[in-house]
Ligand binder design. Structure first.
Ligand SMILES: [Zn+2]
Ligand SMILES: [Zn+2]
Length: 342
């Protein structure tokens, strides 16, 4: 391509980072082809990485996380929060620790799938790597990330026992709740879930908590209140994201950390789009198994192809202290600004 066009494209790609000012909260969704890795950089400069995605022979995901950390100007990950011990959430940990120092390790406590050899091996490696630097979280705990308030609302299958501030209203949708069958991978329901607050802005990440367990937080009363930004639970799979949960938290903006073949079935888009006050859905990947017109607009999708050809483009949000937040698609520089609700 001509040099000038390359310069313009480069300018567009860099635009997102340029929008973030010192004193902003930043969140980066690392594309992990259906794994999870969310990097949070507090206005204080401290950082929390939520999950380390997959392990691959070429350490693809660890390298992508490291590249995002470098883009964020980090020399260290202060807190690694592992929501649960599935391979798409813990796989990149060992390789990442060779690329960048990790301070404290936080998790829900022992895996409940220890009888499965793969999980047992991953859990053992985690225990060894985190020795002396590990903290087990319970619902109601706060995570000490300087500059923001992070409250653990779910851990080890237990929800907070009382509502967060300004929450606790009865949830009328609970009358229509239809339970799912038993979850085949029970460590999902042990996921650590949290609400992060910066000024009036609220972000929620529930790991892979599934449909039935979501109800513990929103039925009969909504213990969470509403949020601005929702990272779809469980990569946007229909094993999670019940209407009772989504319509209770009423996100304005959704980021779906899906993969080309994981997450984003039509039923989940339908639930999200019926959520009161929803403005936009952003996606890490075009969901290839879902009709294109059901996916969100292409401008708001960070990666469009299959994993083999994927560049691993980031989605990024920067939040200023007044509650204005801008989501940027680093693939094309497309960005949009929103106001926090309260
Ligand atoms: Zn997962
Ligand atoms: Zn999982």
């Amino acid at each position: 391509m001509p040099k000038t066009m390359a310069a313009v494209l480069l300018g567009l790609v860099c635009a997102g980072s340029l929008l973030a000012a010192a004193g902003d909260l930043r969140i980066y969704w690392i594309d992990a082809e259906g794994g999870a890795a969310t990097l949070i950089v507090s206005p204080s400069g401290e950082s929390m990485l939520v999950d380390t995605a997959n392990r691959t022979p070429d350490d693809r995901d660890a390298k992508r996380i490291f590249a995002a950390a470098q883009q964020a100007g980090l020399h260290k990950i202060d807190i690694l929060l592992t929501t649960h011990f599935h391979s798409d959430h813990i796989g990149g940990m060992a390789a990442l620790a060779k690329l960048i120092p990790i301070g404290i390790y936080m998790d829900h406590g022992e895996s409940v799938e220890i009888a499965r050899p793969q999980v047992a091996a991953a859990y053992k490696a985690y225990v060894e790597q985190s020795a002396g630097k590990r903290r087990i979280l319970k619902a109601g705990d706060t995570i000490p990330l300087k500059g923001v308030d992070v409250e653990v609302i779910m851990s080890a299958g237990e929800a907070i026992s009382k509502a967060l501030k300004n929450a606790g209203a009865p949830n009328a949708a609970c009358a229509d709740f239809k339970p799912h069958g038993e979850e085949p991978d029970p460590d999902n329901d042990q996921s650590v879930g949290f609400v992060l607050q910066f000024g009036t802005f609220r972000f929620i990440d529930m790991g892979d908590l599934t449909w039935n367990y979501e109800q513990k937080l929103v039925c009969p009363a909504n213990l969470i209140g509403t949020v601005d930004l929702y990272q779809t639970t469980h990569h946007g799979l229909d094993r999670s994201n019940s209407p009772q949960f989504v319509w209770a938290i009423q996100p304005k903006v959704v980021v779906m950390n899906d993969g080309p073949r994981k997450g984003g079935p039509p039923s989940v888009f339908d639930i999200l789009r019926h959520s009161p006050g929803l403005e936009d859905i952003w996606q890490g990947h075009l969901a290839l198994g879902t009709p294109k017109e059901i996916n969100t607009g292409e401008n708001m999708i960070a990666n469009l192809g299959t994993s083999a050809e994927c560049q691993g483009n980031l989605l990024e949000v920067s939040v200023d202290s007044s509650g204005r937040y801008t989501v940027t698609n680093q693939r094309n520089g497309f960005h949009k600004t929103y106001e926090a609700k309260r």
